[in-house]
Design a protein around this ligand. Structure first.
Ligand SMILES: C[S@@+](CC[C@H](N)C(=O)[O-])C[C@H]1O[C@@H](n2cnc3c(N)ncnc32)[C@H](O)[C@@H]1O
Length: 309
């Protein structure tokens, strides 16, 4: 259960995200998904001595990397929490309405996928864990041991768009009646056995692994809940930059930015309330050169908005 992969993360849309944040040298920024600090390093390179960078990540390895940075750079503060806790953290420091930019680079980091022991990869055998925070919550194995068949099927269908969701859920429940699913390959076996037609271009476990990961880490709830609070942190002119890797995530971000940048009208066509954001440009995707260098960037989509009221 070891891996020969280098456990590094190649930051996606690095220059584009920092440009999207329009970093000012004396500004205050939040990198909500620190990872290995690729975006943070580029933000810090543009910050002067009076600038501040706050960062969060729920992964323990990210915490180690961030603590090395906070020890050497007084402009950086890090909290090992889910990013839904970041708005309260910054508000408790009196920074409501003071933050010049917030960045979310969603999803998993390459080291999380590449390390077999994390259980995110269907290509390597490891414990069926899939938690981003290895210290909290239910593992995928624990959830699959007790979840109702219908709930497993719904997760696979709704979060993975898996057309064989019912068959796979049935196979999981049949299998666990005689032996628990403890490893990634235990789960892969169930999925392969339950998939009647396989697409030669896509591993049959791709969608189910993605769905279970999103469920275990409550990824869509986290982004929905946090976006709703993060606008209050931003100063007028402050930027919100979100990079998504999944169409469900991107839909949440796109709808949020659209709704927050639209002024509602009453029955008589008069504006009600004020839009708090304005969208900046359209969606941004990785260049052909970046995709060639880092295939993971192929599915990245970045959206930018600015606080206006
Ligand atoms: C794509 S990586 C970020 C990489 C980073 N931008 C870099 O350049 O190194 C996503 C990171 O977000 C973290 N993450 C995802 N959802 C989170 C959440 N709800 N709360 C805190 N961290 C989260 C993951 O643990 C992972 O380290």
């Amino acid at each position: 259960m070891t891996t020969a992969q280098p456990l590094t993360h190649e930051t996606v849309l690095l220059a584009e995200a920092v440009q999207g944040l329009a970093v000012r040298s004396e500004g205050i920024y939040l990198d909500a998904t620190f990872g290995r600090g690729g975006h943070s390093a580029a933000i810090l390179a543009k910050l002067g001595d009076s600038g501040l960078l706050f960062a969060t990540d729920r992964d323990l390895r990210a915490k180690v990397a961030a603590e090395a940075l906070t020890a050497s750079d007084a402009r950086v503060q890090f909290k090992h929490v889910e990013f839904s806790k970041a708005p309260d953290w910054l508000a408790s420091l009196g920074l409501q309405g003071q933050v010049d930019g917030v960045l979310f680079d969603l999803g998993v980091s390459s080291p999380q996928i590449d390390e077999a022991a994390r259980g995110f990869s269907f290509q390597q055998n490891g414990p069926l864990d899939m938690r981003m925070n290895q210290q909290a919550g239910q593992t995928a194995a624990q959830w699959l041991a007790i979840a109702e068949e219908v709930d497993i099927a719904n997760v696979l269908y709704q979060l993975g768009d898996e057309k064989f969701s019912r068959r796979i859920a049935r196979r999981i429940v049949e299998t666990r009646a005689t032996q628990p699913l403890l490893t990634t390959f235990d789960l892969v076996r169930c999925i392969v056995e339950a998939t009647p037609r396989q697409d030669p271009r896509k591993h049959p476990a791709t969608r189910s692994f993605q769905a279970i990961r999103l469920h275990i880490n409550r990824e869509l709830d986290e982004i929905t809940q946090t976006l709703a609070q993060v606008v209050d942190l931003l100063a007028i002119g402050g930027r919100l930059v979100v990079i998504s890797f999944h169409s469900l995530e991107d839909r949440i971000v796109k709808n949020f930015m659209r709704d927050e940048s639209t002024t509602d009208k009453d029955f008589f066509g008069q504006p009600v309330g004020t839009a708090r954001l304005k969208r900046v440009g359209g969606s941004v995707r990785a260049s052909a050169a970046e995709i060639a260098r880092n295939p993971r960037s192929r599915s990245a989509i970045m959206r930018i908005a600015e606080r206006v009221a």
